[in-house]
Design a protein around this ligand. Structure first.
Ligand code: BDP
Length: 689
C-alpha cells in the first residue's frame, strides 16, 4: 500500500521459532456467520502469511489428521471448545473479553480463542498475532483478558466534506464523505489498527459542529456543519462506514450540534424542556437505529467556544444532556457530554468544576460526562482535573489528546503514554485513599476513555512515524491501564521496527526521554504552561512560543511568577479532596513539577536544591534542548539500520524539532530575564547590556 502498516508489519519471525508457530497455527477451524469472523480470517491470512510464510489452512470441521490446530468461536458452538472450556466461564466475562487457552481435545492439542461476543474473537485474534510478532511462546497459553474500560473511543476532530482536521497534523481527514457510501481500503486498515489495540468506538466528526462565534479558530467547519450528518442521506453514508468498522468490533458515533432541532428540524427552539424538541430528538435517534442498529451514540460539545447549548435557554448541563439521554432509552448507545465548559471565574482551571460539580446526580443514566485529563487544556503537564473526584453519582469518561496540539504537533515525537499513565494513576480520594482515576473510570458500565484522534492521509498516518506509538499506547492503556509504560513501549517498538537490540534500545530511549524534554523546553519544568502563540490564522497556531500572550495563565510580574491557585488564591486547590488540597496548598509539599501552577513565588525564591525559581527555569529550558539534541543523535545512529523511508522522514522532523526547542528555550528565557532582571548564572541567556 501507499501508506504505512504501523505496528501491523507482520515481518517474518525468527527462523528458530518458525517451526513451533507453524505447528500450532497452520490449521484453523474458525466459526462462521458474523461479519467479525470474516475479519478474523482475513487477519489470520495476512498476519500468518507475513510472519510464517503461509496462510493457515481453514477447515469446516475439526481437522483430524494433524496434532495441533487453532480453533476460534463462541463457547457453545464448536466441540473442541465446549468440551474443554466451561461455557459459563466465558459467558460471565464482559463484552469484548476473550479467552486464549491451550487445551487437549480427543488426543489433539488446540489453541482455543473464545469470547462472549463476536468482537471479543477479533480482539483475541489480534492478541495471538501480537504474541507471535513479539516472538513469545504460544505452546501453553492460558489467557483471560477483560477490558478495564467498557468504552474505548477515538474522537476525530475531522470536518466532514472539507476534510480538514482540527488540530490534525497528518494531512487531510481519511473520511471522504463525498464518496461515501463507497468505502476505501484505508477504512479497513484503520479499523484493523484500532481493533488490534482494543478500541471499540469511533466518532468520525469534529465536536465543533456549527458555525462558531470565533470563526477564525474554527472556520474550517463553517461550510458544512455537523448537523448535516443527521440528515437521512448522510446517515446512510454513516451506515456504510459503520459496516466496515463493525467487522472489527468498533461502533460508530456522531458529534451533534445542540441546535440541530432548529437547524435541521425547523423548530423555533432547542430548549430541552420543549416537548417538540424532545420528540424531535426521539424521532431522530429512532431513525438512526433503523439505519444503524448498533449505533454508539452522540458526542456533544455544548455551551463551549461558541457552540450552542442549554445555557441558551437558561437550563443546566444536566437538563441539556438529559433530553438526549432519554432519546437513547431502549437503544444500545448513549450520550457523551463534554465538560469542557468555561464559566465566569477569572481562573480557567476553576471553571469546568463550577459548571458541573453541583449537578452531580442529576444526569440521566444514558449520559456520560466526558472530562479532559487536566483543568486547562491538554497542556504539556497538568494536574489532574478535580472533577474526577467530585461527581460520584455521575458516569464519567476521561478525554485524552492523542494528537499533539501543545506537545509539538506532528513534528516533535512526544510520547504521551507516560503522561496518561500519570493521570490514570492519580489518586482522587473519591472513595477514600486508593481511588485512582483509572478505578473511578472502570467502576461502571457507561464509562470509559476517549482520545482525540491523530490520523490523517499522510503515509505515516500520524505525521511522524514515531507518533504512531501514541495511538498504540492509547488503545493499550484503555484496555488495561495497569500496563507499564515501558512494556507498552517495548511492544510497540518491536512490532514497528523489529527486534534488533540496537534499534529497540534507541527508539525506546527516544520515547522515554521525549515527554520530559517537551515539558522542559515548553515550560521550564516547574508548573508553568499555556505560553504558546495563538495568532490570527484560520486555525490558531498553538505551536510557537509567545509567553507574553497569556499573562493570566503564568502570572509573571516583576517580583515573581506563577499563579496562586491555592485555597486562599483562586480556590482551585480547594476543589480537590483532602489530603490533596493540603498537599497543593503548601509550598513545601506541592510537587516541584506543579509548583508554579499552584503558587506565585518570587523570582529568587530558593527551591529545595538551593537554586532560585528563575535559575531553575533557565536550567530546565536548556536541559530540554539538550535532551532533544540527544534524541536526534540517537535517531541518527540508526541511519542504514532503519529503512530509508522512515529514517529520512523522522530525521528531517528532528531537525525542525531541535530548531523549535531552541526557539522555545530562548524565547522563554529572554522573557523570564526581562521580567525578573536576574541574569542566568551560566551566561546562556542574553542580557540587555
Ligand atoms: C482546544 C482546541 C480546540 C478545540 C477545543 C475543544 O484548541 O481546537 O475545539 O480544545 O476541546 O484544545 O473543544
Amino acid at each position: 500500500t501507499t501508506y504505512d502498516d504501523c505496528w501491523l508489519q507482520y515481518e517474518p519471525v525468527d527462523d528458530a521459532d518458525l517451526a513451533a508457530y507453524r505447528e500450532r497455527l497452520s490449521h484453523a477451524y474458525v466459526s462462521e456467520g458474523a461479519p467479525e469472523l470474516g475479519a478474523v480470517r482475513a487477519e489470520l491470512q495476512l498476519g500468518l502469511e507475513g510472519m510464517l510464510g503461509d496462510e493457515p489452512h481453514f477447515w469446516q470441521h475439526p481437522p483430524r489428521s494433524v496434532e495441533n490446530f487453532l480453533v476460534i468461536g463462541h463457547p457453545e458452538e464448536m466441540r473442541p471448545i465446549h468440551q474443554t472450556i466451561d461455557p459459563d466461564e466465558v459467558w460471565a466475562l464482559e463484552d469484548d473479553s476473550y479467552v486464549i487457552r491451550t487445551v487437549e481435545w480427543e488426543g489433539q492439542e488446540c489453541t482455543v480463542i473464545t469470547a462472549p461476543n463476536d468482537a471479543g474473537l477479533v480482539y483475541g485474534t489480534f492478541d495471538l498475532l501480537r504474541r507471535v510478532a513479539l516472538g513469545e511462546p504460544i505452546d501453553d497459553l492460558d489467557i483471560v483478558s477483560e477490558p478495564a474500560n467498557n468504552s474505548r473511543i477515538i474522537n476525530h476532530w475531522d470536518n466532514p466534506f472539507r476534510r480538514s482536521v482540527e488540530r490534525g497534523y497528518a494531512g487531510q481527514s481519511i473520511f471522504d464523505w463525498e464518496r461515501l457510501p463507497d468505502t476505501r481500503q484505508r477504512y479497513f486498515d484503520y479499523a484493523r489498527l484500532l481493533s488490534s489495540v482494543g478500541i471499540n468506538g469511533v466518532v468520525p466528526n469534529n465536536v465543533n459542529t456549527g458555525i462558531p462565534d470565533r470563526p477564525t479558530a474554527n472556520d474550517a467547519v463553517a461550510e458544512r456543519a455537523g448537523w448535516q450528518l443527521l440528515e437521512r442521506e448522510n446517515l446512510e453514508k454513516l451506515e456504510s462506514l459503520a459496516s466496515v468498522f463493525r467487522r472489527y468490533g468498533i461502533q460508530i458515533y456522531l458529534s451533534v450540534n445542540y441546535a440541530a432541532p432548529i437547524r435541521l428540524g425547523d423548530l423555533e427552539t432547542a430548549d430541552p424542556h420543549d416537548p417538540e424538541v424532545q420528540q424531535w430528538w426521539q424521532d431522530k435517534v429512532d431513525e438512526i437505529y433503523e439505519i444503524i442498529p448498533d449505533f454508539g451514540g452522540f458526542l456533544v460539545k455544548a455551551d463551549s467556544e461558541g457552540q450552542p447549548g442549554p445555557y441558551d435557554y437558561d437550563r443546566s448541563h444536566a437538563e441539556g444532556a438529559n433530553v438526549l439521554g432519554e432519546a437513547f432509552e431502549g437503544h444500545s448507545g448513549r450520550v457523551w457530554w463534554r465538560a469542557f465548559v468555561y464559566s465566569e471565574h477569572d481562573d480557567r482551571a476553576v471553571q469546568a468544576y463550577e459548571a458541573f460539580e453541583h449537578i452531580d446526580g442529576e444526569f440521566h443514566e444514558k449520559v456520560t460526562v466526558q472530562i479532559k485529563n487536566g483543568p486547562i487544556d491538554f497542556q504539556q503537564r497538568e494536574p489532574v482535573s478535580t472533577l474526577f473526584g467530585a461527581m460520584p453519582e455521575t458516569d464519567l469518561g476521561c478525554e485524552l489528546q492523542i494528537t499533539g496540539e501543545y506537545t509539538g504537533q506532528g513534528v516533535h515525537p512526544t510520547y504521551h503514554v507516560p503522561m496518561w499513565k500519570e493521570a490514570l494513576e492519580f489518586d482522587t480520594y473519591a472513595d477514600g485513599e486508593g481511588t485512582p482515576v483509572k478505578d473511578v473510570l472502570a467502576e461502571r458500565d457507561g464509562q470509559g476513555i476517549a482520545g482525540v484522534g491523530i490520523v490523517g492521509e499522510d503515509p505515516s498516518w500520524t505525521g511522524n512515524y514515531l507518533l504512531q506509538s501514541n495511538l498504540y499506547g492509547f488503545g493499550r492503556l484503555c484496555w488495561n491501564p495497569d500496563l507499564e509504560t515501558e512494556d507498552i513501549t517495548d511492544e510497540w517498538v518491536r512490532q514497528t521496527f523489529g527486534h534488533d537490540d540496537g534499534v529497540v534500545d534507541a527508539v525506546s530511549e527516544i520515547l522515554h526521554d521525549s515527554w520530559q524534554a517537551c515539558i522542559d523546553y515548553h515550560t521550564g519544568g516547574i508548573g508553568l504552561m499555556h505560553m504558546m502563540y495563538n495568532g490570527e490564522e484560520a486555525l490558531e497556531n498553538h505551536y510557537d512560543p509567545a509567553p507574553w500572550e497569556w499573562p493570566e495563565y503564568i502570572g509573571a510580574t516583576e517580583d515573581g511568577i506563577g499563579v496562586d491557585r491555592t485555597s486562599e488564591g483562586s480556590g482551585y486547590a480547594a476543589q480537590y479532596r483532602d489530603p490533596i488540597t493540603e498537599r497543593y496548598d503548601d509550598v513545601e509539599s506541592c510537587p516541584k513539577e506543579l509548583l508554579l501552577f499552584f503558587h506565585h513565588l518570587e523570582w529568587d525564591h530558593e527551591l529545595e536544591d538551593g537554586r532560585t525559581v528563575v535559575q531553575t527555569l533557565y536550567d530546565n529550558c536548556h536541559a530540554g534542548v539538550n535532551a532533544v539534541r540527544e534524541m536526534r543523535a540517537t535517531w541518527e545512529s540508526l541511519e542504514g539500520i532503519v529503512d530509508d523511508r522512515r529514517y529520512r522522514h523522522v530525521a528531517q522532523r528532528f531537525d525542525e524539532h531541535v530548531f523549535q526547542a531552541e526557539r522555545w528555550c530562548e524565547t522563554l528565557c529572554v522573557y523570564f530575564y526581562e521580567k525578573s532582571e536576574i541574569p542566568d548564572a551560566h551566561g546562556r541567556v542574553p542580557t540587555s547590556e
